[in-house]
Design a protein around this ligand. Structure first.
Ligand SMILES: *[C@@H]1O[C@H](CO)[C@@H](O)[C@H](O)[C@H]1NC(C)=O
Length: 114
């Protein structure tokens, strides 16, 4: 009996230790990464450190769930923030030389993002 409870204890310990520590991406993180892009997207400044933020975001969005979150956040940001030049937003991946597999636009269908 004692042996069994020791094993049970070990199993529980392993489950706790091996539990995924992955933190899901949040909109706050997305906004933080892309804050440097706002002057550029609003046509009032240079690209500056924007591409660094874009790359950080791409690096943080590793799972399909994260990419969906990033897409949804970008989409709502494109809707909510006044003065964003959507053609600049759509051209951002090209401007930064990165591959974002969807358009940054209020009409993007994020449910299809993998
Ligand atoms: C958006 O940016 C493009 C490219 O810089 C520019 O040609 C266009 O006039 C801008 N549109 C608005 C609404 O500011």
């Amino acid at each position: 009996m004692e042996m069994v409870s020791k094993i049970a204890c070990l199993v529980v310990l392993c489950m706790v230790v091996a539990a995924p520590h992955a933190e899901a991406l949040t909109c706050g993180q997305v906004a933080g990464d892309l804050a440097a892009c706002l002057p550029y997207l609003q046509g009032s400044g240079p690209l500056g450190s924007c591409c660094g933020g874009v790359r950080a975001l791409l690096g943080a969005a590793k799972t399909p769930a994260d990419r969906k979150t990033a897409c949804t956040c970008l989409k709502s940001a494109a809707n909510a923030i006044k003065g964003i030049n959507l053609s600049k937003a759509a051209g951002l991946p090209t401007a930064c030389g990165v591959n974002i597999p969807y358009k940054i636009s209020p009409s993007t269908d994020c449910s299809t993002v993998q």
